[in-house]
Design a protein around this ligand. Structure first.
Ligand code: GLC
Ligand code: CA
Length: 536
């Protein structure tokens, strides 16, 4: 009976706006060219000024950095390059003082090959931790099956010491944990609780649908691909090494642990092609598994009102009673400003995307620099750090272009570091940085800030129901309603004027100097109209 009692946690995470920081690239406090916790600490007031409610830090735990922190060798420690535990505690306190919550990246599909668990596991076939990872003798001198690493090549690595293969869904320096072993679960849950007790408010779960693998190790079906495929390293359908049903009960247990601390979770669900909203939403359970997941189809849309409406409608439908997220950027993908670049239209498009992100139904996730219209950096082969970029150069450019340093001002290195930055600073930093954006009242930065503040003022924007109100070719329009309040949002994706359907109420926001609700929407117009049902 005891077990069936669910703790009712609050829903703060539905109302929050999350800001993702890639710690290496946000702010360097000690001049070694790498961003750190003290750097983030020095910018907490910036986060308050912008108006976000939570921060998600990409991994900060001890790591040999083969995949820049997504390969952890000590889950309970801070990597010295980012600072100390004291720096971490100070950051948590500074954020909490400003009512900003903190999410950490939980990378537990795999550990680093230098994690003591793996070191022990690989030492001998008799090791107590042997079964904490996935070992196999292979078949006739070859790997046990055809599974491929997401980063390319066989997912199996031959290990001389014990003459057997271990599985790595990513780099060979990232061996996969064996989640079928209950000791692994206990150890990882204990590490999770360690951070919860330190005051962490939730986790982003790295590749959350990869933990379990087919017990029979069946081959994956191959798939066709062409030269022009954007991710040429994806060669097969990951039918048997991803998305196994055993994940669901594990997530229900995790949810209970998180709810005890009123903490949240958001899962990264990997799929073969662009995204799979049904699959992603499937990990929400009946609001009893993950709190949130990402739908990556949102990051793969061309600039088109209809396509965007389709994809968002599909995502919201897939979530059903559960809660969606919205994100147009992250550390693995080309930045939205670059994806939607078009001569003479880029900045208007960025404003439309910001309005969409912050007025649609769901928890918005911003990625550092998005608020100032940061572009992908250009990173040459010699400067490249991302192992994926290095492996596939020049076929694919890797992920470094989306991870270049934050542009704070027009001083050397954009104010990111006094040393040599670990990745090149975007060369246009003098023209567009936080300081210059703040100085210009019509900037993208002010636009984000205004939207964030409107969102804070209007429960309809945070929690309201969502309904499409106009199905034009170029305009995406919807209504958010809660109680008596409803807010209509019109987004003209095109550069041309478009007829405005009849609408009544008070203009809440416009990117043109509109004073009345007459006439057409001008090109790239963004319009928000508030009405209340009583007045209607
Ligand atoms: C996720 C992360 C990515 C990382 C990979 C392996 O996809 O977002 O950055 O390389 O997992 O951990
Ligand atoms: Ca540093």
């Amino acid at each position: 009976m005891q077990n069936s009692i669910r703790i009712i946690a609050s829903n703060w995470w539905k109302e929050a706006v999350v800001y993702q920081i890639y710690p290496r690239s946000f702010k360097d406090a000690n001049g070694d060219g790498i961003g750190d916790l003290a750097g983030i600490f020095s910018k907490v007031d910036y986060l308050t000024e912008l108006g976000v409610d939570a921060v998600w830090l990409s991994p900060i735990n001890t790591s040999p950095m083969f995949d820049f922190g997504y390969d952890i060798s000590d889950y309970r420690a801070i990597d010295p390059v980012f600072g100390s535990m004291a720096d971490f505690d100070a950051l948590v306190a500074a954020l909490h003082k400003r009512n900003i919550r903190l999410l950490l990246d939980l990378v537990v599909n795999h550990t680093s090959h230098q994690h003591p668990w793996f070191v022990e596991s690989r030492a001998s076939r008799e090791s107590a931790k042997r079964d904490w990872y996935i070992w196999h003798n292979g078949k006739k001198g070859a790997p046990p099956n055809n599974w491929q690493s997401v980063f390319g090549g066989s997912a199996w690595e031959w290990d001389e010491t014990t003459e057997s293969y271990y599985l790595h869904s990513f780099l060979k320096e990232q061996p996969d944990l064996n989640w079928r072993n209950p000791q692994v679960k206990d150890a990882v849950f204990a590490d999770i609780e360690f951070w919860l007790q330190k005051g962490v408010d939730g986790f982003r779960l790295d590749v959350v649908n990869c933990y379990y693998k087919d017990q029979q190790f069946r081959d994956n079906p191959l798939r066709l691909w062409g030269w022009r495929h954007p991710r040429p390293y994806e060669l097969q359908h990951h039918v048997h090494d991803m998305s196994q049903p055993e994940m669901h009960p594990l997530l229900r247990d995790l949810r209970q642990l998180l709810d005890k601390y009123d903490a949240t979770s958001v899962g990264e669900v990997l799929v073969d092609f662009s995204g799979d909203p049904e699959l992603a939403a499937g990990y929400l359970g009946r609001d009893d598994e993950l709190h949130m997941t990402f739908d990556f189809t949102l990051l793969d849309q061309k600039w088109d009102a209809k396509a965007m409406a389709n994809v968002l409608r599909t995502w919201l439908n897939a979530c059903g009673e559960n809660w969606p997220t919205l994100a147009f950027n992250n550390h693995d993908r080309s930045r939205s400003y670059t994806r939607y670049a078009k001569r003479g239209e880029s900045s208007q498009r960025a404003k439309i995307l910001a309005a969409l992100l912050l007025t649609m139904k769901g928890t918005p996730y911003l990625y550092y620099g998005e608020e100032i219209g940061m572009k992908d950096g250009s990173v040459s082969r010699a400067e490249m750090k991302d192992p994926v970029g290095i492996r596939y150069w020049p076929l694919a450019q890797g992920r470094d272009p989306a991870r270049t340093p934050m542009l704070w001002d027009d001083s050397a290195n954009g104010g990111f570091t006094s040393g040599t930055p670990w990745l090149p600073v975007n060369d246009d930093f003098a023209g567009r940085n936080v300081a210059s954006e703040k100085n210009d009242p019509t900037s993208l930065w002010h636009w984000y800030r205004e939207l964030l503040s409107l969102r804070k003022q209007h429960a309809a924007l945070r929690l309201g129901d969502w309904k499409e109100i106009y199905g034009g070719k170029d305009v995406f329009a919807y209504r958010r309603t809660i109680g008596n309040e409803s807010i209509d949002v019109f987004l003209n994706f095109s550069a041309k004027p478009v007829t405005l359907p009849p609408v009544e109420g008070k203009i809440l926001l416009s990117n043109c100097s509109r004073h009345e609700l007459q006439g057409a929407l001008t090109g790239h117009e963004i319009l928000m109209v508030q009405s209340n049902a009583v007045a209607r």
